[in-house]
Design a protein around this ligand. Structure first.
Ligand code: AR6
Length: 231
């Protein structure tokens, strides 16, 4: 499907990387490996076809709500290319609200190799999952399950068999997991967002009253899951 094509496109090496936008996204880099950091993709805005304007409002609002609870920890919204519309929308809206850019920023890179390829150390990553918590299907879900191997499938199965839209599950990775020993990722948090794609289960048929509520719940569950790891 469309998401598979996206996975196969050599977006990173060939994308024109304008110096200005490059600076805006990746200016902040991890200096201190001890700063707890959650890297998360934009939930529901690709395969699940959720509206980008609405999603960007919800991301910025839930981030603003959680930042005071996070201590020295950071939240980082990640996408694959410098042309990412969701990253520029969120960056602009976060700046407008004067959100502390050392605590929350956008970043371009593949979420499974931020530490080794982009020098951004993240101990926790979020996954835009499907309700069965199954590997594959394209997008960030396919990438994370592929990189983490059977370890993630087993650890996920120990914690949950399925997710309802708006919920999240925290999965600790065993130290044998490649994402753990290569990237230093100790936990994956699976999140299920609202779906507006008629080809996927639980489609909300453009009901954005419900959709916005569910997306807000999804980010709230994600950030609460991250908080529970910090404690
Ligand atoms: N690193 C960083 N960001 C990524 C990566 C990556 N490797 N891959 C995709 N993104 P999507 P959804 C960005 O479609 O809309 C799956 O098939 C992408 O550009 O992964 O919630 C599941 O099994 C976009 O900004 O998630 C579900 O069935 C964001 O991640 C369904 O897709 C989310 O895109 C979930 O759809």
């Amino acid at each position: 499907g469309a998401s598979l094509e996206r996975e196969e496109m050599p977006v990173l090496p060939n994308a024109p990387q304008k110096e200005e936008s490059k600076g805006k996204d990746n200016a902040v880099q991890a200096i201190d490996k001890d700063v707890p950091t959650l890297a998360f993709p934009s939930i529901s805005t690709a395969d699940f076809q959720f509206n980008l304007e609405k999603a960007s409002d919800i991301i910025v609002e839930t981030v603003e709500e959680f930042l005071p609870k996070l201590g020295n920890a950071r939240l980082v919204l990640v996408d694959l290319t410098y042309e990412s519309k969701i990253l520029s929308l969120v960056r602009a809206k976060a700046a407008k609200k004067s959100i502390d850019s050392s605590k929350f920023f956008t970043f371009v890179g593949n979420i499974i190799e931020l530490s080794t390829k982009r020098a951004l150390h993240c101990n926790v990553i979020a996954n835009a999952a499907n309700w069965r918590l199954r590997p594959g299907g394209g997008g960030v879900n396919a990438a994370i399950f592929k990189a983490a191997g059977a370890d993630l499938e087993m650890a996920t199965n120990d914690r949950a068999k399925s997710l309802v839209p708006g919920s999240a599950v925290v999965v600790p990775l065993p130290s044998t997991c490649p994402l753990y020993n290569r990237e230093g990722i100790t936990h994956v948090i699976h999140v299920l967002g609202p779906n507006m794609n008629p080809q996927r289960p639980n489609c909300l048929n453009n009901d954005y009253n419900k959709g916005c509520m569910v997306l807000r719940q999804a980010y709230t569950s994600l950030f609460e899951g991250f908080l529970s790891i910090l404690k």
